[in-house]
Design a binder for this molecule. Structure first.
Ligand code: NAD
Length: 378
């Protein structure tokens, strides 16, 4: 079986799907691993490292695609690349099947089998395969560095011969994987940190990182579903949340937002009035830009300045730490492949509680119910 990794087609993408350490593991599982020449360069991995790990290298992209049994990617391959795969080939990547269902059509027409990393269940058994969590960890860390770099103040309290400067005040909205990493990173830099989430369970995690938990009155509402994700909350709870955040924003130097509800537009937690109340020089890093943003003034992918407050909404922060992002993602993929490969061949057991739910399309048939609904409605 040939496992193929290409250089990512998007020139703005610096990650690569497999790192040499994983190539070694997959070769020991009797797979042949073929890497496009230069695929790892933007993540600071050169071809010689892949060769030393046992990979074959080739510069013939079309040839690589035509002979691939299993194509691993970070992002969904382009239509031009997908068109060159053989029917029956298997694709594994962040495919965005529920965000961009239309773009899954070519995979269906070509008779491919596609696994979407974002569909991997958030269960204990699948934890080592959870690419979303790996990338969210990196995003939360990098968001704080962006805020620190923009802020006209220091993060830590410093006592110097010229006097003392107070620590920066940071507010993190949404305490999922990215938010908790943002809290931990801001604390490590010496800031005073507050965290906010509608899931009561998040309070304990926030406090364990040395931050204060801002609580909103949920009026008896259970804001967490059975899977541990947030539900959409009532308009009253949203209003109370926005008031609380606006009050806090007046004394906050940096706000990092990461609040999301699966399948919905991101909740607006920071209003234009709240931004208006912030101190000149303050910074907002909105990590929910891809689902519309948590701040009313966010422009996804852009930097906006309003009355001296800078609002950033970077869309692919994980790619700005490409070596470690690739390493974690590559380990996630290798862990997933370990339950798909037997004696060097692909063996897909769809009754498996990870393989079944992660598969979006199998040999040209839709296997994901929400994708079927989305395509039927369009
Ligand atoms: P996410 O990206 O879906 O959302 C980020 C955070 O935003 C969540 O904490 C959510 O509660 C919060 N949020 C949503 N609406 C909000 C609002 N109106 N106001 C304030 N906050 C709001 O979350 P995620 O990082 O993917 O994690 C979601 C859940 O899954 C968490 O409970 C996490 O612990 C759990 N999880 C479990 C596993 C596992 O068991 N393997 C792995 C990763 C995450």
């Amino acid at each position: 079986m040939r496992i193929t990794v290409l250089k990512e087609a998007d020139p703005a993408e610096s990650r690569v799907a497999l790192v040499p350490e994983s190539v070694k593991k997959l070769v020991s599982m009797k797979a042949t691993v073929v890497i496009e020449r230069g695929a790892g360069l933007s993540a600071s991995i050169d071809d010689a490292e892949y060769e030393a790990a046992g990979a074959e290298l080739s510069a013939d992209r079309a040839g690589l695609l035509g002979r691939a049994d299993l194509l691993l990617g970070v992002n969904r391959p382009t239509d031009a690349d997908l068109a060159q795969l053989r029917a029956g080939a298997v694709v594994v990547a962040f495919l965005r099947p529920l965000d961009e269902p239309q773009k899954m059509r070519l995979l269906l027409e070509k008779g491919l089998t596609a696994f979407a990393v974002e569909l991997i269940p958030r269960t204990t058994r699948a934890q080592s395969m959870d690419g979303l969590s790996s990338m969210a960890t990196i995003v939360g860390y990098k968001a704080v560095l962006l805020a620190a770099e923009r802020l006209p103040r220091l993060f830590p309290m410093l006592t110097t011969a010229a006097g003392t400067v107070p620590p920066a005040k940071v507010l993190v909205l949404g305490a999922g994987v990215a938010g908790l990493q943002a809290i931990a990173t801001a604390r490590r830099l010496g800031a005073m940190v507050e965290g906010f989430d509608v899931r009561a369970a998040a309070g304990e995690a926030v406090r364990s990182l040395g931050a204060k938990f801002l609580e909103v009155d949920l009026g008896g509402l259970q804001a967490e579903d059975a899977g541990g994700y947030a539900r959409e909350v009532t308009e009253e709870v949203m209003d109370r949340s926005r008031e609380l955040i606006a009050r806090q924003a007046k004394v906050t130097d940096a706000i990092i937002t990461s609040a999301q509800v699966p399948g919905k537009r991101a909740p607006i937690l920071v209003t234009a009035e709240a931004v208006g109340g912030m101190k000149r020089g303050s910074v907002i890093v909105d990590l929910a830009g891809s689902t519309g943003g948590n701040c009313a003034l966010t422009k996804p992918g852009e930097v906006v300045e309003v009355n001296g407050v800078t609002i950033l909404a970077p869309l692919n922060l994980a790619s700005t730490v490409p070596l470690h992002a690739s390493q974690l993602y590559s380990r996630n993929l290798t862990s997933l492949l370990s339950i798909m490969i037997r004696e060097g061949e692909i063996h897909l057991d769809f009754s498996d509680d990870i393989i079944g739910p992660t598969c979006a399309v199998h040999q040209g048939q839709i296997t994901e119910a929400r994708l079927r609904t989305a395509l039927a409605e369009s």
